[in-house]
Design a protein around this ligand. Sequence first.
Ligand code: IDP
Ligand code: MG
Length: 177
Amino acid sequence: MHVVANRLQLTLAILKPDCMACPHIVSEIRRLIINNGFLFVQTKIVKLSRPEAEEFYQIHQEKFFYNRLVTFMCSGPIGVHVLARDDAINTWRKLLGPTRVLRTIFEEPDSIRGRFGLTDTRNCAHGSDSEETAKQEINFFFPNLNIEKWKKEVGQFLKENGNVVYDEKLCEHIPQR
Ligand code: IDP
Ligand code: MG
């Protein structure tokens, strides 16, 4: 496992209800995340209430797709992951591929959305789009995670060649202190 300790960045990834309904797709995406050098910092599987989904996507409340997006996002369990890597935000969005699946399946067929997305709304997974939104989104799901403290402590630990082990059951990398 190689992680660039001094440029760690955190992002929020969500495996959406369409994806979570297919265990083999969940496994494949988790494998891709690990093979692309990310650490799973925190994981939880939750089902959002409608008000929670509305709050998470409030930035889109004026968009034509808002209602169907919120309905979809609270239709079943979602897998929520805080991921860490150097350049985590852009790297995860690049792996995901563009938002609109019906174009992405032609333009970036090897991306996650290209391979597994169903429609423009049911597009398999989410990724934060900036440091600012990553912070807000991580805080939305994991209010007790102190991002700066985590980066400092785990960054230092990794720089000193500290080892992390992936716990498949928890879907988290655990520092071996
Ligand atoms: P992103 O997820 O790639 O950041 P956003 O523009 O932030 O894309 O949109 C949030 C989510 O809203 C998308 O992931 C998708 O589920 C849904 N969405 C975005 N644009 C459309 C659209 O044109 N039609 C239907 N659903 C859309
Ligand atoms: Mg977005």
